[in-house]
Design a protein around this ligand. Structure first.
Ligand SMILES: [Zn+2]
Length: 151
């Protein structure tokens, strides 16, 4: 008896949100700050009360580091982490976006699946849900093998 044919497609490449947003950091000069303030106004006009995410990256403070660059989320500078930060805090939404971007980057590096079943369009809302789903699929697969014809 032959095994059923199962087709696999490669998983989408893990995306690092940093490159898409790194161009948004303006120099910490009067001109850079003016451009930044324009970006902030536009972001709030475009997004209203919706929070930042990878498709609506929040503008970064002039002179700060790109997101997901191991920077301090509070002030956006590298070289230290939040608890030891003595700098002025960036806007709350920028802090939130830095946290989100870092978690996206870490998640993409740590949990990128190697293969996806064709037709799999499920979206997971959390890593826990994703892990539970993978485990359930693995158990189902193992049970299927036990029930099938043995060599
Ligand atoms: Zn800091």
């Amino acid at each position: 008896m032959s095994s059923p044919t199962v087709s696999y497609i490669p998983a989408p490449k893990a995306t690092n949100p940093a490159p898409r947003c790194s161009g948004g950091t303006h120099p910490n000069t009067p001109a850079g700050i003016a451009l930044y303030n324009d970006q902030i106004s536009k972001w709030h006009t475009d997004n209203g009360t919706r929070g930042p995410n990878e498709t609506r990256p929040y503008p970064l403070s002039p002179g700060s580091s790109p997101v997901a660059s191991d920077e301090c989320w509070k002030c956006g500078r590298t070289g230290h982490v939040g608890p030891s930060c003595t700098q002025t805090s960036a806007p709350g939404l920028e802090v939130r976006w830095r946290m989100i971007a870092t978690s996206i980057k870490k998640g993409a590096l740590a949990t990128a699946p190697q293969v996806n079943l064709v037709g799999e369009e499920r979206q997971w809302t959390s890593k826990e849900e994703y892990d539970a789903s993978v485990i359930a699929a693995y158990i189902a697969d193992q049970q299927g093998k036990e029930d099938g014809p043995s060599a």
